[in-house]
Design a protein around this ligand. Structure first.
Ligand SMILES: Cc1cc2nc3c(=O)[nH]c(=O)nc-3n(C[C@H](O)[C@H](O)[C@H](O)COP(=O)(O)OP(=O)(O)OC[C@H]3O[C@@H](n4cnc5c(N)ncnc54)[C@H](O)[C@@H]3O)c2cc1C
Length: 458
């Protein structure tokens, strides 16, 4: 089977990995000049870093299998060490102190909220599959409560102390912007403990890129569809040349708004559902200082909804002089959308952090930044209906759609979603026409080989 995967973020990488495991001949097409998408590789001085996804949960079973398969599994402890500012004072929660620390922090909240929270947390512990955004359990509870957002279910104080720190980090959202139906995906991530790769995410992705054929700087403009069956894609390279690429199967692994654009000419209703998925923008700055900013016992500080800076944290458990500042949530959006100058943003970040962790701009050695827009996924209002529509759509036989909008806004959820989608594709493609019988109509635009893409033969 010849398969094309559209989008070289972690969802497309996961889909390519599973399709290759199923024996497909895979071509991965990426519009940008490097793979990784929202892992957002960059340089800080001469050091490679990731401005996006990098923390790997102990329960990231699929993602860890992928790392091991590529021989890149040098995990180092990252943990969750999060301090919050409460009444002008830092209150630390170090995960290594375990449930006792969690209990102490929870004790000041309403019993009804605590009971609900622990009941949900227990459910995730006993049924890990409910820790994804498409959990039937959370959909049922949500339907019983008339599909509330989290702020409707939990009290204001609990939202401020517990729900908002979770959803602003994972969805870039406030507690009135995330539905109960997808809360399992937040809890699973919040209850996990984290590592990162000592050698960095970039090395992992480089190792992966040697296993399939990759075309960079190549944008998929349209799906090629005949008789309601996908026959391939039409791509544009960076030089503006178009080309048709035939395939037996296509996996669209893009953020939902971009997937909607590709679906629109062939499956308008599906495209309309995809367009409803919400993403909130995020701006990340990583700065390296001459001396440590954080201390081993305090490695991250979360700020409340009055601040544009949602959190500041050490880049690694032993990297206390490199700080990752994240602007997300409602107060941050105007600054991100107006593309406020980076120097102004880092000054604001340092001013916000300084009262709790003294940080001096004169100690700043290197800075790098990235705006994510689409940033973090906060899902469709009715994710169950979207997933059902995607799984049963018939206008685009031979195509599947995967991404963070299906099971959750984490790398593990992207892997689990890609595994499910590609399994269907691999099974369906048994009946697909062999490649040499595919009819490709004459190109409408000038056709040329895509010259600028990097190809890594498998
Ligand atoms: C700041 C931040 C921090 C995060 N931290 C973590 C973390 O620590 N741990 C964790 O598990 N998760 C984390 N996440 C979440 C995780 O990184 C994302 O959910 C995941 O990277 C999304 O991957 P994706 O492949 O679905 O989408 P993307 O990464 O957006 O990939 C889509 C790709 O498609 C390409 N593309 C777009 N249109 C086209 C086209 N027409 N043709 C070809 N290519 C196209 C884009 O260039 C892009 O490379 C974080 C996310 C952010 C934003």
């Amino acid at each position: 089977m010849k398969a094309i995967v559209v989008g070289g973020g972690i969802s497309g990488i996961a889909a390519s990995y599973y399709l290759r495991e199923a024996g497909a001949d895979v071509t991965l097409i990426e519009a940008g000049r490097q793979l990784g998408g929202r892992l957002a590789f960059a340089r800080l001085g001469d050091r490679p870093i990731s401005l996006g996804g990098k923390n790997i949960g102990s329960r990231y079973t699929e993602f860890r299998k992928f790392c091991r398969a590529l021989g890149v599994d040098d995990f180092e402890y990252f943990g969750i060490n999060t301090s919050r500012v409460v009444n002008g004072r830092l209150v630390a929660f170090d995960q290594r102190k375990g449930w006792r620390a969690l209990y102490q922090l929870l004790a000041s909240n309403a019993p009804r909220d605590l009971w609900r929270f622990f009941r949900f947390a227990q459910r995730i512990r006993r049924h890990p599959d409910d820790g994804f955004a498409d959990s039937p359990f959370f959909h049922a509870v949500s339907a019983r409560h008339d599909r509330p957002v989290l702020r409707d279910l939990f009290g204001a104080r609990f939202c401020r102390d517990w729900i908002r720190p979770m959803v602003v980090r994972m969805n870039g959202a406030e507690s009135d912007e995330v539905y109960l139906s997808t809360f399992g995906s937040n809890l699973r991530v919040a209850l996990d403990s984290y590592d990162q790769l000592s050698s960095g995410m970039e090395r992992l992705i480089e190792a992966f890129a040697t296993t399939v054929s990759v075309r960079l700087n190549t944008r998929v403009r349209a799906l090629e569809v005949e008789d309601r069956r996908v026959r391939g894609v039409i791509v544009d390279d960076a030089g503006g040349h178009s080309q048709r690429l035939a395939a037996d199967a296509v996996c669209v692994a893009l953020p939902a708004p971009f997937a909607a654009e590709l679906a629109q000419p062939h499956a308008a209703e599906l495209a309309a559902r995809l367009a409803q998925v919400r993403y909130f923008p995020v701006h990340v700055i990583v700065a390296h200082y001459r001396r440590p900013v954080f201390r081993p016992e305090i490695r991250a500080v979360l700020f409340d909804e009055s601040h544009a800076l949602s959190n500041a944290g050490a880049y690694g458990a032993n990297d206390l002089a490199t700080v990752r500042y994240t602007f997300s949530g409602r107060a941050a959006r105007p600054l991100i959308v107006q593309r406020i100058d980076n120097e102004a943003l880092i000054s604001l970040a340092e001013q916000t952090l300084s009262p709790y962790m003294p940080v001096d701009r004169r100690d700043r050695l290197h800075v790098t930044a990235h705006t994510f827009d689409p940033g973090l996924c906060a899902f469709a209002p009715d994710i169950e209906a979207l997933n059902r529509a995607l799984d049963t759509q018939s206008a685009l036989a031979g195509a599947v759609f995967t991404g963070d909008y299906r099971k959750g806004a984490s790398m593990e959820a992207c892997f689990v979603a890609a595994r499910a989608c590609t399994a269907r594709l691999a099974a369906g493609a048994v009946h697909a026409a062999p490649q040499d019988t595919i009819r490709v109509p004459a190109p409408a635009a000038p056709s040329a080989a895509v010259g600028s893409g990097k190809t890594n033969p498998g």
